[in-house]
Design a protein around this ligand. Structure first.
Ligand SMILES: Cc1cc2nc3c(=O)[nH]c(=O)nc-3n(C[C@H](O)[C@H](O)[C@H](O)COP(=O)(O)OP(=O)(O)OC[C@H]3O[C@@H](n4cnc5c(N)ncnc54)[C@H](O)[C@@H]3O)c2cc1C
Length: 464
């Protein structure tokens, strides 16, 4: 059945999550003339574009903010920040489905973090990279939490997030030492060569050469050439940002964290590391433990080994991701990749879609998430062709029903007007936060008070 849109008719699409992927969907669906409701956990939109990417990337962040404002200010887009969807949250998935929108898209990102599941990983001084990143980007809930890093920090992982955390430790915390710990070797490093420029002035090159000497036999054993790999790594240390602290950054390769060792106060004192060797696995290599252990002294440990989705959202979940339809459809093999799927009943969850890091945790940069959202919008558009549109009055009724649900539950949902008020309140502060180069309120409570204050201001002056 092909449903055509009358002038007074449209589809209502609900998008949960206003990060790059969600905004990609909102952009496309609103351009097509549909009514779009956006529900976002954070008061502010942007997701990791606002609270993830490193604070000094002001141009990237500013450009994204500008484009998101333009989308959210469209008359057929209805933004509600400070609304969490999930079990025991403001609204459940079932309640949202009950509203009878034509489609429901989850673009909630990957809010959970992976650990390597080692003994002692709940000790004081063990952190997840995303929490650290949220902290230094001033996300409410994380901004004011203490992150006591000590003088020597071990960061587990060798991807871009490791680089961002190291950048913060080098530039802001100015710790003595940061060591990136990798289970595999230097050839398997994952960070982008451009990103390492932020910290390469701090890399101790003599120590790096010694680390290569230490692991040389194990690299050669699998046909890797340590000299070439070291040269390749050093060649990337060009255009390094100026040295801003005396922090020494180093690497420990072929090193698998086994236990976090603690003192009597349950504070981190060291990592127990197992030596590994490389073993060919297809085109790649995997790390195999050698049962030789040593202690690596450190005061804190940051796990930067990727993310998993938040299973409390209440969508079918398995192994760190929400489940998507494993059955490839005939008409378009891509559609299934975005369809939420219930394995218990072996059926697609009708009208429910996933996109961005909610469907592929930790995969790609902002541009990839945006494209994923646009791709999802195409899939939703094909789905809408099988659905009857609603009269616009019916859509308005559904949005009013949603507002009533917020009121009944005392959810202080923030619309675009509220966001503008918040922006004005932040602009009143000439002092910028020490590190992020602009002023941000750091708690939801503070933001809500400021929004209220700004909203009352014109009325108060009119009354005078
Ligand atoms: C540390 C770090 C640094 C990065 N740096 C860069 C960079 O420099 N350049 C670059 O291009 N990319 C960078 N990326 C990658 C980029 O941020 C991601 O590709 C992108 O943000 C993923 O988009 P998303 O929309 O899928 O998820 P997110 O950006 O995580 O957005 C998810 C949104 O969902 C909302 N949400 C979550 N749970 C709920 C819920 N239960 N109910 C309602 N709303 C919910 C959140 O409030 C958020 O707004 C970085 C990522 C990280 C982790």
């Amino acid at each position: 059945m092909m449903a055509t849109l009358g002038k007074e008719q449209a589809h209502l699409i609900i998008v949960v999550g206003a990060g790059p992927a969600g905004m990609g969907v909102v952009n496309q669906m609103s351009k097509a003339g549909h009514a779009v409701v956006v529900l976002n956990r954070d008061i502010k939109f942007g997701g990791l574009a606002e609270y993830g990417i490193f604070p000094n990337k002001l141009k990237l962040r500013g450009g994204l903010r500008k484009s998101y404002w333009e989308i959210l200010e469209r008359p057929n887009v209805h933004y509600f920040g400070n609304v969490s969807v999930g079990r025991n949250k403001d609204l459940t998935v079932e309640e949202l489905r009950g509203l009878g929108a034509s489609a429901l898209v989850f673009a909630t990102g990957a809010q959970g973090t992976k650990t390597v599941g080692v003994e002692g990983d709940t000790a004081l001084g063990v952190y997840h990279a995303k929490d650290v990143v949220y902290h230094f980007n001033r996300l409410p809930g994380f901004a004011e939490r203490p992150f006591e890093m000590g003088r020597r920090v071990a960061v587990i992982g060798v991807g871009d997030v490791m680089v961002d955390v190291t950048h913060w430790l080098v530039r802001y915390k100015q710790v003595d030492e940061v060591t990136a710990i990798a289970r595999r070797g230097p050839a398997e490093r994952k960070y982008n060569p451009k990103e390492i420029r932020a910290v390469c002035s701090n890399i101790d090159r003599d120590a790096l050469a010694k680390e290569f000497a230490r692991i040389r036999p194990r690299l050669e054993a699998v046909g890797q050439n340590p000299d070439e790999i070291l040269k390749g790594m050093l060649d990337e240390f060009t255009k390094c940002e100026p040295l801003r602290s005396q922090t020494r950054m180093g690497f420990r390769f072929l090193a698998s964290p086994r236990r976090v060792l603690t003192d009597a106060q349950n504070r981190v004192r060291a990592l127990e590391i197992e030596e590994t060797k490389l073993e060919p696995k297809g085109e790649d290599f995997s790390a195999v433990g050698l049962k030789q252990y040593y202690e690596f002294p450190c005061d804190s440990v940051v796990f930067a080994v990727g993310d998993r989705v938040d299973e409390t959202v209440g969508l079918p979940y398995k192994n760190g991701v929400f489940v998507t339809n494993p059955v490839r459809t005939n008409n378009d093999p891509d559609d299934s990749l975005f369809q939420a799927y219930d394995e218990a009943s072996g059926t697609v969850i009708e009208g429910v879609f996933l996109t961005g890091w909610a469907r592929k945790a930790s995969e790609g940069l902002v541009g990839v998430a945006k494209r994923d959202g646009e791709w999802c919008a195409e899939v939703v558009t094909r789905y809408l062709e099988t659905q009857s549109p609603h009269d616009r009055a019916v859509i308005d009724g559904k949005i009013s029903q949603l507002r009533r649900m917020f009121d009944e539950r005392r959810v202080q949902a923030i619309d675009v007007e509220g966001l503008r008020a918040l922006e004005d309140a932040e602009k009143e502060h000439s002092a910028v936060n020490d590190f992020i180069g602009e002023f941000k309120f750091v708690s939801n409570q503070e933001m809500l008070v400021q929004i209220q204050r700004m909203r009352e201001r014109p009325r108060a002056s009119a009354a005078r």
